[in-house]
Design a protein around this ligand. Structure first.
Ligand code: XIL
Length: 443
């Protein structure tokens, strides 16, 4: 388990070390950390050597075993455990200072037939389930940061899936699973995880109400995971609002299995669209304070489940089959790039009267980011020395108190990239003379 830097300390470190030119080479995990989230990937234990291991270890701050912690992998027959694959992923994470996302303790799929096909009384199945959780979460106690305790509990309409657990135990199995996980590993953050809950809709409404009920019963749910197995061009418009409404219930949220699939073959145009889609998902997480991080479901197209499960589709991850970064990688890096608050000396500003008539004038003000980091907001101030009054402004919010005028951005021109400019204008009233500003500053 990795103790996280505070976001502020990490941001400071990144701001000091990363110029925009260097930001392209800064590992994604460091960019993410500096913005207060983790960037993770699913991995396959058997592939953790050579270039695959190098990229996984260098670029990602969290790993999720793609299959190695599933019930069918660790307890294929009752009470007989095989921890080899899971151990390998956890050891890799510890060797690379990474967090571990445990996936998953209770799920209807990749579940051994001795569980799914057994004939159980409610008490027997509950014991089978809690024994499994105690064994697995207990083995990795203190070494798993986030556990997907229950995976995919819901139907598409938001009702409880009638898996062997749901059918035999009803909704109570979820509460029991979380309590067993908390008892086995009190430090791990415990998550409910599902797919097709990314947008606001029937299924995510079902999840929302389920989480509310669990919290009301005092069930130790720490977070909700959104798998985000997305289709090119279909990042839900409501993703951010959806994450936020769950966060407002008092739980963390995370994107846990992000991939963005496209019909094959991939073209430059599709890969560009995918870049924008990855950026949009990262932005949604960054915008929600309680979003802990984003995990991609495989970082390379050679290790993605998509071609096997969605015939004719693929190219869903940020690296190609030869471990070369795709445009999506730049989309992630660009979205995670450091945003530093403006400091003195990072901008310049010009003021010009473009037309003037009796009693009135129009002025244009242009602000340029002369620093090396994006400005995440700006303020221009000036003094009207001869009693001029601002009467109307555009492309900025301009307010005047006495002789002091302050201009601040509108939502669409708040961020200013290095070298970028913003122009805004205003109409003013004047009498006597209309001299230029006595003082003109930007921050
Ligand atoms: C997938 C794995 O990536 C594949 O290797 C495996 O064959 C099937 O499962 N939702 C989940 C993941 O929660 O566990 C699934 O992983 C993908 C869908």
């Amino acid at each position: 388990m990795l103790r996280r830097l505070t976001a502020a300390a990490a941001l400071l470190a990144a701001a000091l070390t990363a110029t925009p030119a260097a930001a392209a080479d800064t590992p994604l995990r460091d960019l993410a950390e500096a913005r207060g989230i983790y960037l993770g990937t699913a991995v396959t234990a058997g592939k953790l050597t050579g270039g695959y291991a190098d990229v996984a270890g260098a670029q990602f701050g969290s790993v999720t075993p793609g299959n190695e912690m599933k019930w069918g992998s660790v307890e294929p027959t009752r009470g007989a455990y095989d921890w080899a694959g899971a151990d390998r992923v956890v050891a890799f994470a510890e060797a690379h200072g990474q967090q571990v996302r445990g996936h998953t303790l209770v799920w209807h799929s990749q579940l051994p037939s001795w569980v799914s096909d057994g004939t159980w009384t409610a008490d027997q199945l509950r014991t089978v389930m809690t024994d499994h959780i105690a064994a697995e979460a207990g083995r990795y106690k203190g070494r798993v940061d986030h556990w997907d305790v229950v995976n995919e509990p819901l139907n598409e309409d938001g009702t409880l899936r009638q898996s062997v657990f749901g059918a035999t135990l009803g909704e109570s199995y979820i509460a029991d699973a979380f309590r067993a996980a908390r008892a086995a590993d009190p430090a791990a953050k415990l998550y409910l995880n599902d797919y097709s809950t990314d947008a606001i809709g029937a299924k995510s409404d079902g999840m929302y109400n389920l989480v509310k009920r669990l919290l009301a019963q005092g069930v130790p749910v720490d977070g909700v995971g959104f798998q985000a197995h997305l289709i090119l061009g279909q990042v839900p418009a409501s993703l951010e609002a959806n994450l936020r409404r769950f966060a407002d219930l008092g739980v963390d949220v995370a994107i846990t299995e992000l991939d963005i699939r496209m019909p094959l073959p991939a073209t430059a145009e599709k890969l560009d669209r995918q870049k924008a889609d990855y950026a949009a998902v990262l932005r949604a997480c960054l915008a929600v304070t309680r979003c802990a991080g984003v995990t991609v479901w495989g970082f390379t197209d050679s290790d993605s489940w998509i071609p096997d499960f969605f015939p004719g589709e693929g190219a869903a991850t940020p690296y190609d089959e030869n471990l070369n970064p795709k445009p999506a990688h730049a989309g992630i890096a660009g979205t995670l790039a450091p945003v530093t608050p403006p400091a003195p000396g990072v901008c310049s500003v010009t003021y010009a009267v473009s037309s003037q008539w009796t009693g009135g004038f129009t002025a244009q003000v242009t602000l340029r980011n002369t620093g090396t980091a994006a400005l995440a907001g700006w303020t221009v101030r000036w003094t009207q020395p001869a009693g001029q009054r601002v009467t109307q402004a555009w492309n900025a919010t301009v307010t005047q108190t006495g002789a002091e005028v302050t201009a601040t951005p509108l939502p669409y021109n708040t961020t200013l990239p290095p070298g970028g400019t913003v122009s805004f204008g205003f109409n003013g009233a004047w009498t006597g003379t209309n001299p230029p500003p006595a003082a003109l500053t930007c921050t």
